[in-house]
Design a protein around this ligand. Structure first.
Ligand SMILES: [Zn+2]
Length: 208
């Protein structure tokens, strides 16, 4: 087992916790909807990004990179923006095909939101049969960052170590921020949100 520089990506669908309070049919439909949305998102991942693990309403992906691979980081950031368009296209499709089901899960598909956390760090990769388990503080960090102080419904959160390599994204507004976690301390972040609220929507005026 050795230490490797990696880019870590978590794509996470929000709204699931409200869904899983539902019963029977709605619960089953919520799980089908989330699975299909996650699938649509990870279908967009391409080399060097690899799916590592599905975690309920989220997916963990990673790419082995150099310690300062700006090209790979920029490529990964662009792939993540495509996750959002895939997510919204699939959500619209499912909302249409499930319109006749009265259950809460099928009636609220368009309320679901996607967020992504991107980090560049060091992990140990443990191979067990065909599975690769990623371990280390940076794996913990990228999961912790899912709980954060960002109030936007949809965004890409980059740690400053990732943003230093990838830079800003065209069509996205970026805002420097920080998060603090027990044991991990203060983490500098950059939050990127689409200048266009979502595909097919009008730009949201800036309330500066
Ligand atoms: Zn339903």
């Amino acid at each position: 087992m050795e230490l490797t520089h990696v880019a870590l990506v978590i794509a996470d669908i929000g709204g699931y916790t409200r869904f899983i309070k539902l019963h029977k049919t709605a619960l089953l439909h919520a799980q089908e909807i989330i699975s299909q949305l996650i699938e649509a998102v990870i279908d967009r991942a391409a080399v060097p990004l690899t799916l590592n693990k599905l975690e309920g309403d989220a997916a963990l992906l990673f790419a082995v990179t150099g310690d300062a691979d700006a090209t790979a980081a920029g490529d990964i950031a662009r792939q993540v923006t495509a996750f959002f368009s895939a997510f919204h296209a699939k959500a619209r499709e499912l909302s249409g095909s499930r319109a006749s089901c009265p259950c809460d899960a099928c009636q609220h598909i368009l309320d679901l939101k996607l967020k992504a956390v991107l980090h560049h760090g060091v992990v140990a990769i443990k191979k067990i049969r065909q599975f690769e388990e990623l371990t280390g503080e940076d794996v913990i960090l990228v999961h912790r960052l899912l709980k954060n102080g960002v109030s936007k419904p949809e965004y890409i959160l980059m740690t400053s170590s990732f943003h230093r390599l990838a830079g800003d994204l065209p069509g996205y507004q970026s805002e420097r921020s920080e998060e603090t976690y027990d044991a991990l301390g203060r983490i500098e972040t950059v939050v990127l949100s689409p200048a266009l609220a979502a595909a097919g929507q009008l730009p949201v005026p800036d309330c500066a």
